[in-house]
Design a protein around this ligand. Structure first.
Ligand code: ZN
Length: 164
C-alpha cells in the first residue's frame, strides 16, 4: 500500500483506453495560461481547450514569478507559444493573507519560512496588472506579443477580462 495506489490504479484504466497520441510538445493553439494551483480550476475545460493545445503554468496566486518568466521564455521560443493569458481567480487563498500571516501560521507549526517570499495578493487587480506589465516589459519576450488578463469566477465558471 502506498499513498499513491489510487492514482496508479486510475492510470491503469486510463492507459488501457489510451490510443497513443500524435501530439507534440508544442502548444497547438499557441497559448500559455498562467493560473493558480487552486483545485477548483480546470484550465483546459473552462477555456475550451484539449490536451496539446496550451502550456499551463500554475502556482499559488497565478503570480508571474522569475520561474514563470523563465518558463514563458522556453514556451515562446521553443514550444510554439504566441500569446499569454494570466488568469487568477475569485476566492483565492492568496488574497486572504499577507506574507507575514503565512510566516506566523507556519511558525505556529514549528517551521520558519521567513526565507521564502510567498507573493501574497493584497489587491488582486493591482497584482494582476503588475504581473501583466512584468510580462509585457521583460526584454526576454517578443515586443507586441498578445498578453491578456482575466479573473476566473470559481462560483459561476465565468471569466472576467481585465484591461491592462
Ligand atoms: Zn488561488
Amino acid at each position: 500500500m502506498s499513498a499513491f495506489d489510487d492514482l496508479i490504479a486510475a492510470n491503469a484504466q486510463y492507459a488501457a483506453a489510451f490510443h497513443g497520441s500524435g501530439l507534440t510538445g508544442r502548444a497547438a493553439r499557441g497559448l500559455a495560461v498562467v493560473t493558480c494551483m487552486d483545485s477548483r480550476i480546470d484550465p483546459l475545460g473552462l477555456l475550451g481547450l484539449a490536451p496539446g493545445d496550451a502550456k499551463i503554468l500554475r502556482n499559488a496566486g497565478a503570480r508571474v514569478t522569475d520561474d514563470v518568466l523563465r518558463t514563458l521564455v522556453l514556451a515562446v521560443y521553443l514550444l510554439g507559444v504566441e500569446r499569454v493569458l494570466v488568469m487568477p481567480h475569485t476566492d483565492c487563498g492568496m488574497t486572504k493573507v499577507n506574507d507575514s500571516d503565512v510566516h506566523d501560521l507556519t511558525k505556529a507549526q514549528g517551521v520558519d519560512t521567513r526565507s521564502l517570499e510567498f507573493h501574497t495578493v493584497p489587491d488582486q487587480n493591482a497584482a494582476l496588472r503588475h504581473d501583466l506589465t512584468r510580462i509585457k516589459t521583460t526584454p526576454f519576450l517578443p515586443a507586441g506579443m498578445p498578453i491578456g488578463g482575466a479573473i476566473y469566477d470559481v462560483h459561476t465558471g465565468k471569466l472576467l477580462p481585465v484591461a491592462l
